[in-house]
Design a protein around this ligand. Structure first.
Ligand code: URA
Length: 213
């Protein structure tokens, strides 16, 4: 086994019988990959235990790393706005990430987000699987390609599948859409408005599917 894999190959998630709070507590000490070294803390999912909808993002950003809560920074603000516009109450959904430590590189005084790689995603996967097992959402919303590929595999493409009601072994229904931070990166106001409107449409599809049989 390569040295790096050996170093981090520790059992990460607690047994299937653990409660959500026990799982959250165990995740605080996760060292299953190197990301814990630079991150302030593990950012575990948040929301009601009996939520019918679970949202999965990529990984905590700078603000989330400091606050210890998912989606509280700029992407979280736009997500909150879009959820409200789609008729989804954020307090009623469970919000989490595929990777639970902030991956970043220094650039001057700033901490610049780095996309997690497949090994980091795989190391964190037991936590997401534990959340799915404990919450048992009727519908999962994957926000962006990292979440989509975590659920459907590396060949999954958000551009092809966004807004469709799919199914997986993790949840009876899965809707994938873009990551809210992609809306912040749009080059001008017109494309920002257009992409935001498409995002809200996808969330409405998710809400409708969650309410159906
Ligand atoms: N981006 C994510 O994917 N998750 C967060 O919690 C914040 C930003």
């Amino acid at each position: 086994m390569p040295a790096i894999e050996k170093e981090y190959a520790r059992p990460a998630a607690p047994p299937a019988t653990s409660s959500l709070s026990a799982t959250r507590a165990a995740a605080r000490d996760c060292t299953a990959c190197h990301l814990y070294k630079r991150a302030t803390q593990t950012v575990f999912g948040e929301g009601p235990k009996h939520a019918t909808i679970m949202l999965v993002g990529e990984q905590p950003g700078d603000s989330e790393d400091v606050a210890g809560k998912p989606f509280v920074g700029p992407a979280g603000k736009i997500l909150d706005r879009a959820l409200a516009e789609a008729g989804i109450n954020r307090n009623e959904v469970y919000v989490t990430n595929a990777v639970k430590h902030f991956k970043w590189e220094p650039r001057g005084k700033r901490r610049i987000h780095q996309k997690p790689n497949s090994r980091e995603i795989a190391a964190c996967r037991p936590w997401l699987e534990a959340e799915l097992r404990l919450i048992k959402p009727k519908l999962l919303v994957c926000l962006g390609s990292t979440a989509g590929q975590t659920i459907f595999g590396p060949s999954f493409r958000v551009t092809r599948e966004r807004g469709k009601v799919l199914s997986s072994k993790f949840a009876p229904k899965v809707v994938t859409t873009v990551h809210p931070s992609s809306l912040l990166r749009q080059p001008d106001e017109m494309s920002r408005d257009r992409e935001y409107a498409r995002f809200v449409v996808d969330l409405r599809v998710a809400l409708k599917a969650a309410g159906e049989g």
